[in-house]
Design a protein. Structure first.
Length: 186
């Protein structure tokens, strides 16, 4: 999508080997960080793409949705390593890994997405919101881990069918703008 809109994809992180192969076949000139995101740092990324902290325009990261999908086990498997594609990984904590990388890189804007199920049930408690923080104690939520990196953050469920895509695909879209950039993201 970024390429179709005229953007440059400077690098990606993908640790599933078959997905790496597919990406390489389609975009052979884009560097791929093949390690688990837990082993990656913002410094490693910035060094590879030749930018300094705060210079990147957009960081896009969409942690796997299996931990939040209403079709899956959801919170029953949180904290456990489980089968993911052709490997095994814990996936319910990857938004916090994204926040760590976000804090290291400090792009002007970030975008990420996940299933609509992240806003329901026990997932909603892990997600958090600006309203929940009125009573305190929400600093360990996904929302607040993003805000605490220095961003104004909004999230909303959007459905692809409302944007010309021929499928009913509801997704929670997160957008964050660094607080020193005075843009309202209503």
């Amino acid at each position: 999508g970024y390429r179709l809109a005229g953007g440059d994809v400077l690098a990606i992180n993908e640790f599933v080997e078959l997905a790496q192969d597919t990406y390489r076949a389609n975009y052979p000139d884009t560097p791929i960080f093949t390690q688990d995101v837990r082993e990656l740092t913002g410094e490693i990324i910035l060094n590879k793409i030749g930018l300094k902290k705060g210079e990147l325009d957009i960081l896009d990261g969409s942690p796997p949705c299996s931990s939040f999908s209403i079709a899956g086990a959801k919170e029953k498997m949180w904290g456990e390593v489980k089968k993911y594609s052709d490997t095994e990984q814990r996936t319910d904590d990857l938004f916090f890994e994204f926040s760590r990388i976000l804090n290291d890189i400090q792009p002007k804007v970030f975008v990420c997405e996940n299933v609509a199920g992240i806003t329901q049930g026990a997932s909603k408690d892990l997600l958090g919101s600006d309203q929940l923080n009125m009573f305190g104690g929400e600093e360990n939520t996904i929302y607040h881990s993003l805000v605490n990196c220095g961003y104004n953050v909004r999230y909303k469920i959007l459905n692809a069918k409302d944007y010309g895509v021929p499928q009913n695909r509801a997704r929670t879209i997160f957008i964050g703008v660094r607080k020193d950039i005075k843009v309202d993201i209503t």
